[in-house]
Design a protein around this ligand. Structure first.
Ligand code: FAD
Ligand code: NAI
Length: 462
């Protein structure tokens, strides 16, 4: 079979979800994937393995530092890192096999190998040429390199090597205080590594609301993570003893040297389109090397579309998935759509950090008058019972209309709690709407209700 209605390139969350939705809509679908297993970055080397290790290391840390407070003695704790890694592999395997099952169920043909465009409607994978009425590029992203810091995935690693270390480093230096650096840094910190984060800017996670980022930094410092903000690495020299880093103030000044056993390079990810034959096919890129698309995911070449990390927007699995669904529906003549105002993002540290909508800084920059409602987890009964009182819920609402504009949570299960606020933003709810909803007691979600009440100056429990 070499003729398809839809041929998707890449089986990450963008590509595989798009393939399934297109098949549901009655189209004959193929998906090309060059990796040995389906699921892309997310399932193989990203979201899923990182969350497996975050969970395992969180359990280890809790047993070591929190169980005693609950009156549980565990004796001498032993780390079996090989088992922890094997479990991570099992979790990944179950997920990638799951996508393979879904492909079979939906009669999607997996074209194994690297796909290259031959022009509108034509793709080659291996030695075989395929034709498709619609081609969807979902080739994802890759780690951004840094001059002077040569990745070998052993001593100097990207997230891929950082999730595969065979022993706990004594000193892990992370370059980049963003999402990957703080999640993977947390894993190794909890397992006993000294962790130093070198960040170019004078704050961590630039995409976060600044107040939340500051509080997050304080919590991580309390957990023993060290930060060198406003600093840049200009050189990394590998020797038998480890890596010597040359670090300079970002604004210029005297350099210093820092010794590390392992260095994690995590300064961002960039669109991945090598080997696709984009230039030959005439597919236009934007100024940052991403595939340029219009509001309906169409490239400049008729019949070629693009979604996920390879186009503009937040590099998140659920954003890629929603774009995959939307483009399949658009191709089928339906009104596929993604609301970029209501895409939640979560950092899976402990406590977690979750956001949806706009930050205070963005509202100020846009000249929008807003009210703020905040509620700390120290005043939430369930958080006290759990022993997890770090953090707060922050709600931003339009000063005049009370419409919810943004929500930011630092705290236990922030990633679960943010769903309610994403729903509220999607439905155009006001802070008062959220405050009027009955929230079960005792739950962490009561902190969300209280923050919504606080936006009108009438929180009850503080
Ligand atoms: P990808 O998942 O990158 O998939 C692209 C696929 O295309 C790859 O499998 C690649 O092999 C294949 N491909 C590329 N070119 C070709 C070709 N020419 N022929 C055939 N196949 C090709 N996001 C979250 O939302 N939550 C998280 O918790 C999270 N954690 C992350 C942790 C880490 C360590 C990393 C690195 C990323 C994480 N992300 C997370 C981001 C998330 O993984 C990406 O946003 C998501 O995978 C993007 O999906 P995609 O379908 O666009 O591309
Ligand atoms: P990031 O964009 O989150 O953070 C990169 C950080 O590195 C920024 O703080 C930036 O200021 C800093 N930086 C840039 N250049 C630097 C330099 N030369 N020296 C020091 N610091 C420098 O990127 P990251 O952490 O690599 O993650 C990539 C993407 O993967 C994220 O944008 C995110 O979308 C996705 N991801 C999502 C996760 C989640 O949803 N939980 C988890 C992991 C990744």
């Amino acid at each position: 079979m070499t003729e398809f209605d839809v041929l998707v390139i890449g089986s990450g969350p963008g590509g595989y979800v798009c393939a399934i939705r297109a098949a549901q809509l009655g189209m004959k679908v193929a998906c090309a994937e060059k990796r040995a297993t389906l699921g892309g970055t997310c399932l193989n080397i990203g979201c899923i393995p990182s969350k497996a290790l975050l969970q395992s290391s969180e359990n280890f840390h809790a047993a070591q530092h929190q169980f005693a407070d609950h009156g549980i003695g565990v004796g001498e704790l032993k780390l079996d890192l090989a088992r922890m890694m094997a479990r991570k592999g099992e979790v990944v395997g179950a997920n990638t096999k799951g996508v393979e099952f879904l492909f079979k169920k939906n009669k999607i043909t997996w074209l194994k190998g690297e796909a290259r465009l031959l022009g509108s409607g034509r793709v080659v994978v291996g030695d075989t040429e395929y034709t498709a009425k619609n081609i969807i590029i979902a080739s994802g992203s890759e780690s951004t390199p840094l001059r002077g810091v040569e990745v070998d995935e052993k001593r100097i690693v990207t997230s891929t090597g950082g999730l595969e270390l065979s022993e706990v480093p004594k000193h892990l230096v992370v370059i980049g205080g963003g999402v990957i650096g703080l999640e993977i840094g947390s894993v190794w910190r909890r397992l006993g590594a000294e962790v130093t984060v070198i960040e170019f800017l004078d704050r961590i996670v630039p995409s976060l609301d600044a107040e939340v980022a500051k509080a997050f930094e304080r919590v991580l410092v309390k957990q023993g993570m060290k930060f060198k903000l406003g600093s840049k690495v200009t050189k990394a020299a590998v020797s038998n003893d480890g890596v010597t880093l040359t670090v300079e103030p970002a604004k210029g000044g005297a350099a210093e040297q820092l010794q590390a056993d392992v260095v994690l390079l995590a300064i961002g990810r960039r669109a991945y389109s090598a080997g696709l034959g984009l230039a030959e096919a005439g597919v236009a890129l934007d100024d940052r090397g991403r595939i340029a698309v219009d509001k309906h995911f169409a490239t400049n070449i008729p019949g070629i579309w693009a979604i996920g990390d390879v186009i503009a927007g937040p590099m998140l699995a659920h954003k890629a998935e929603d774009e995959g669904v939307a483009v399949a529906e658009i191709i089928a003549g339906q009104a596929g759509h993604v609301n970029y105002e209501a895409i939640p993002s979560v950092i899976y540290t402990w406590p977690e950090v979750a956001s949806v909508g706009r930050s205070e800084e963005e509202l100020k920059a846009d000249g929008i008058a807003y009210s703020v409602g905040k509620f700390p987890f120290t005043a939430n009964g369930r958080a006290r019972a759990m022993g997890d009182t770090d953090g707060f819920v922050k709600i931003l609402a339009d000063k005049t209309t009370d419409r919810l504009l943004g929500a930011h949570i630092l705290g236990p299960d922030a990633g679960g709690l943010i769903a309610e606020l994403a729903t509220a933003i999607e439905f155009g709810a006001s802070a008062e709407d959220v405050a009027r909803i009955c929230h079960a007691h005792p739950t962490l979600s009561e902190a969300v209700k209280e923050a919504a009440l606080a936006a009108d100056g009438r929180a009850i429990h503080i």
